[in-house]
Design a protein around this ligand. Structure first.
Ligand SMILES: [Zn+2]
Length: 232
């Protein structure tokens, strides 16, 4: 798996979209994005969004072009809830994305999810870029590198899930027509994969780019405004 390279405008748009989801729980509109990246060309911003979509970093509603997800974050609630050390509650698209949230924002995080099979609680604590705690101990990640066109995202897919043990990944989850290739990952392997996808382009690395005040504050890892924290 390779993380596609992003251009400057794509990196700026991605960071602004992620910051908006984190701070406001929703995706930004076109006008806000044009203002944030200080590019008055609607055509250039639209092209940047199209290419982020093509490179699988964002998902948009096909007709309205409303942003639905910006990897690793989902605007719609999912079973993968992540609380960052700054107090923000977000949802990740899939299990690998959940592990990618602390890497994306360079913060510690608590991940709460459910076993896809028995719905038992899954809890993971990531601190200083390392897995500090996990519950249960033998949890696994079912990774499905989809090659079909049935899924809008080929390598970050909602079917990538946590399981409380390898015994709970039963036949029902394996090798269905929609999921032709499945890989069983330990938590350490899944985190390594998340690091490969999300660690290469952490949002914090965008700190020297021209953003509006709030986004810059976020990107630079400064204190967050307390008023914008969402209750779960
Ligand atoms: Zn289970």
């Amino acid at each position: 798996m390779l993380t596609p390279e992003l251009t400057k405008i794509e990196l700026e748009l991605r960071a602004y979209i992620l910051a908006t989801i984190l701070l406001q729980g929703t995706g930004p509109g076109l006008e806000a994005m044009m203002a944030a990246i200080k590019d008055p060309s609607q055509a250039r911003v639209r092209a940047g969004l199209r290419s982020l979509e093509r490179k699988k970093w964002i998902v948009r509603q096909p007709n309205s072009k409303e942003i639905l997800a910006a990897y690793p974050l989902s605007i719609k609630p999912t079973e993968h809830a992540v609380t960052l050390s700054a107090g923000y509650h977000v949802f990740a698209v899939c299990a690998i994305d959940a592990l990618g949230v602390p890497l994306t924002f360079s913060q510690d995080a608590q991940i709460h999810s459910l076993c896809k099979s028995c719905h038992s609680d899954i809890a993971i604590e990531i601190s200083e870029g390392e897995i500090k705690r996990r519950q249960p101990e033998g949890l696994r990640v079912l990774y499905t590198p989809l090659k079909t066109s049935t899924c809008p995202v080929s390598y970050h897919c909602p079917t990538i899930s946590f399981f409380c043990s390898s015994a709970h990944i039963n036949e029902g989850f394996l090798n269905t027509p929609a999921q032709p290739v499945n890989v069983f990952l330990t938590l350490a392997q899944a985190f390594q994969l998340a690091r490969h996808i999300f660690g290469a382009q952490p949002v914090e690395a965008m700190g020297d780019q021209p953003f509006d005040g709030r986004t810059a504050q976020l990107l630079l890892g400064l204190a967050f405004p307390p008023g914008n924290k969402r209750e779960r």
